[in-house]
Design a protein around this ligand. Structure first.
Ligand SMILES: *Cc1c(COP(=O)(O)O)cnc(C)c1O
Length: 386
């Protein structure tokens, strides 16, 4: 027997209340009971998104919803601006290029943020830019972009702002309406505490005008079809949805409501701070800025002389703990703790002490317990339940 822990930024651990909701008998998706479930999920998501916009639900991984945010917007030859700060920014570039966009890329060094003034300049230089694509939380590096500042800039232009908040929504504050986010994409398996398989998008009025004029052929991901079916008293999804996952999402939304959204954000701030202070106490360096709002992921540089490729493997095989490695050019150079969703103080301690044992095995000079001690100091100052 080995007890296993997911200390990863997706999939994330699932609360027992949500697991038991998953085991309920399947509801028929044309039954009135399903309409009720769908309405509850949409209403709950609106609170988490902090939006009055329409919310569309797809049975898909997060990337499916990302693709939907391209096929409903981009005609071949359209100019789009992508602010890329990591692996998922690169995905926006690939996706928009796949659908024929003329991609203007603002590429930043991984571990840094999009500079809002650069977006302003790029939009001024090319008034044909139809949409701006960015991440809120860039999961590959742990960085969280300043969506409020970017939103203010894009709102003054005819372009729409598309935000991938797959690991950000529900972990770090994101005010969809107030910050002028036109399309906001999320997924069930990160801070929303449900297994993988559901993806969401919030669509603003400004975005609807673009969607309705977009001529790119699409079927499953067509927002117009989805909106027609998903609104009104007998709301349904156009095709068979992941019914049980939606029941589970409802249970997870209840947990978020019980805790209170502000407390959820504060819990994430404290856990993230504890993880960051913990690794620093081991003499390790954070990758990227030590940003109090970067709450979903803690990215850590692999110390000199340690084989970074072995950290995740030893953690998993010997200690039953999944940590995330580096992606793309960061492979072997960083490792990552996820702490978005169903995470509490004990998960951080498990993650940190596992890192201590793994690094010690790999020859790094570790003072056992130092990271946990630093994390405990942070927990003791918390004003919210962890
Ligand atoms: C996880 C993640 C994705 C991809 O989601 P999938 O469900 O794996 O398709 C995209 N963007 C960000 C920021 C993510 O964290």
């Amino acid at each position: 027997m080995q007890k296993r822990f997911l200390i990863t930024p997706g999939p994330t651990p699932v609360p027992p209340e949500v697991l038991s909701a998953l085991s309920q008998p399947v509801v028929h998706h044309r039954a009135p009971r399903f309409t009720e479930i769908l309405k509850q999920v949409v209403a709950g998501l609106k609170c988490i998104y902090q939006t009055q916009n329409d919310i569309i639900v797809f049975a898909a991984s997060g990337t499916g919803a990302m693709e939907s945010a391209v096929v409903n917007i981009v005609n071949p030859g359209d100019h789009v601006l992508v602010g890329s700060v990591g692996n998922f920014g690169e995905r926006w570039k690939k996706l928009t290029a796949t659908w024929g966009a003329e991609v203007i890329a603002l590429d930043y060094e991984w571990g840094t943020k999009v500079v809002p003034a650069d977006i302003e300049k790029a939009l001024a230089a090319d008034p044909a830019i139809k949409a701006v694509y960015v991440q809120s939380s860039e999961t590959s590096t742990g960085v969280v972009n300043d969506i409020r500042a970017i939103g203010e800039i894009v709102a003054k232009t005819p372009a729409i702002l598309v935000v991938d908040a797959i690991s950000g929504l529900g972990a770090t504050d994101l005010k969809t309406d107030e910050w002028h986010v036109d399309l906001c994409v999320a997924g069930s398996q990160k801070a929303l505490m449900v297994p993988p398989g559901l993806a969401y998008v919030a669509v603003s009025e400004k975005a609807w005008a673009v969607v309705e004029r977009c001529a790119t052929p699409r079927f499953y991901y067509d927002y117009v079809t989805a909106r027609k079916k998903m609104t009104g008293d007998s709301a349904q999804t156009p095709y068979t949805p992941a019914v049980n996952l939606m029941v589970a999402q409802n249970a997870a939304i209840d947990l978020i409501k019980q805790e209170g959204l502000e407390n959820v954000f504060e819990r994430h701030r404290v856990l993230s701070r504890a993880a960051k202070e913990g690794v620093k106490a081991l003499g390790l360096e954070l990758f990227g800025p030590d940003d109090p709002e970067a709450n979903s992921v803690t990215a850590v540089k692999v110390p000199e002389g340690v084989d970074g490729g072995k950290i995740g493997k030893i953690a998993r095989d010997k200690w039953g703990v999944w940590l995330a490695g580096g992606q793309g050019p960061l492979k072997g150079k960083i490792f990552r703790f996820g702490h978005c969703g169903y995470f509490g103080h004990s998960d951080i301690i498990v993650g940190l002490t596992t890192v201590e044992m793994v690094l010690a095995e790999l020859g790094y000079d570790v003072k056992f317990g130092a990271s946990a001690a630093a994390a405990e100091q942070v927990f003791m100052q918390s004003t919210v339940q962890l």
